[in-house]
Design a protein around this ligand. Structure first.
Ligand code: PLP
Length: 388
């Protein structure tokens, strides 16, 4: 067995990492069953059970596992038939996979700024970005807190635009009592090891628009109607459109099913970690002019992360260094996409999205995982509050 030690990219030893994927119980047993079933490619029994679980629990017409959220976003762009000349409005503060999915089809990401409170796309900034080329609005529920979906859905309907929800953070979060992932014609999930539920690398496409279900199955199966063939709906399968291979192995689906079935246990642990931070850091944050996460009353969050906004970039960097000296890994997050080298090629300029530019410099995320022990969390809290 290779020896495993935790270090940061500089080789500094880490006692309390930012993330540690946890096992909840049945993962190995289910993988063993998958191996014994002699079906370890995609769409075996465990994939089907994951699909059924997601469709039932999120109340979506169709859920399809993919190899990542990135993959599901790229499928979404294909399913909307994005092409050169098309524009998609996307927050400047998000993961790079959102804009890659758009750009890979030759379409143009148009960057919207975010709200200073939730760090979600600023719904009031969207309308002035809509042109005759706009095809869709892509929203990201940052930290699993819902975007202002009433306004965004109304805008999309009024202008005939599709909505894609990148719900990588927000599985089981709600907005006005309705689950995230049920607002867009398409929504995506991530099961990367940093997310609440994981199989290492994985994702899902959620399809709310019935008309996109069959096309999604074709895109996901290398452009063929193989899914219909396996259901006995056609007697042979053939090339029907563009597509690629987006199915994860059933070994991964087996791991994922064990995690999904432990929904209550995982979410209870994460809620406790989040609430402990919130309570323990409140007074310090007020004293130190640090802002803790904001969750509007009409949203419930799935406890994906605990971020803080430090007073300045300089203090953020010193803070990360101070924690690192104690073996604790705190990390920043997205860099503004509109002023990245690629973002600039799409016309992004400094000053276009001032909130994004400002908060991305000040944001830091604390260690957050299911099995963060009370002792370790106390160590983190002590290190944080010792930082003036
Ligand atoms: C993690 C993440 C992704 C990418 O997920 P993968 O499964 O790693 O491809 C996309 N968008 C957001 C907002 C994410 O946090």
């Amino acid at each position: 067995m290779p020896e495993v030690t935790f270090t940061d990219p500089r080789g500094v030893a880490i006692d309390i990492p930012f993330n540690r994927p946890g096992q909840v119980g049945n993962e190995i047993r289910y993988i063993q069953t998958a191996l014994e079933s002699a079906h370890i490619s995609g769409d075996g029994t465990f994939s089907r059970l994951c699909h059924e679980f997601l469709e039932r629990e999120i109340e979506v017409p169709k859920a399809l596992l993919t190899t990542s959220c990135t993959d599901a976003l790229e499928m979404s762009a294909m399913l909307l038939n994005l092409k050169p000349g098309d524009e998609v409005i996307v927050p400047a503060f998000t993961f790079v996979s959102c804009v890659n999915a758009i750009a890979l089809r030759g379409a143009r990401p148009v960057f919207a700024d975010v709200r200073p409170d939730t760090l979600n796309i600023d719904e009031t900034a969207i309308e002035k970005l809509i042109t005759s080329s706009t095809r869709a609005i892509m929203v990201v529920h940052y930290a699993g807190v819902g975007c202002e979906m009433d306004t965004i859905s109304q805008l999309a309907a009024a202008h005939g635009l599709a909505v894609i929800e990148d719900n990588a953070h927000g599985l089981f979060g709600t907005f006005r009592g309705r689950q995230l992932g049920t607002f867009g014609s398409l929504a995506t999930l991530s099961f990367h090891e940093t997310k609440n539920f994981t199989c290492g690398e994985g994702g899902a496409l959620l399809i709310n628009d019935q008309a996109l279900i069959e096309p999604a199955e074709i895109v996901r199966e290398k452009g063929t109607n193989r899914s219909q063939f396996f259901r006995g709906q056609v007697d042979k399968y053939t090339w029907c459109g563009l597509g690629s291979s987006h199915l994860p192995s059933d070994i991964l689906a087996a791991y994922l099913l064990a995690q999904l079935q432990a929904r209550s246990e995982i979410q209870a642990k994460r809620q406790s970690v989040w609430e402990n931070y919130s309570t323990a850091l409140d007074a310090w944050a007020q004293r130190s002019e640090v802002r803790l996460p904001f969750v509007p009353a009409h949203c419930t969050q799935p406890y994906h992360m605990f971020y803080m906004l430090m007073p300045s970039l300089d203090l953020r960097q010193k803070f990360i260094g101070a924690l690192r000296d104690q073996g604790i890994q705190a990390v920043f997050h997205y860099q503004p996409l509109h002023i990245s080298p690629m973002g600039r090629r799409f016309g992004g300029r400094v000053g276009d999205c001032p909130i994004t530019e400002e908060i991305s410099d000040r944001l830091v995320r604390l260690p957050f995982y299911n099995d963060l022990t009370e002792t370790d969390q106390t160590r983190v809290v002590d290190a944080v509050t010792a930082f003036a």
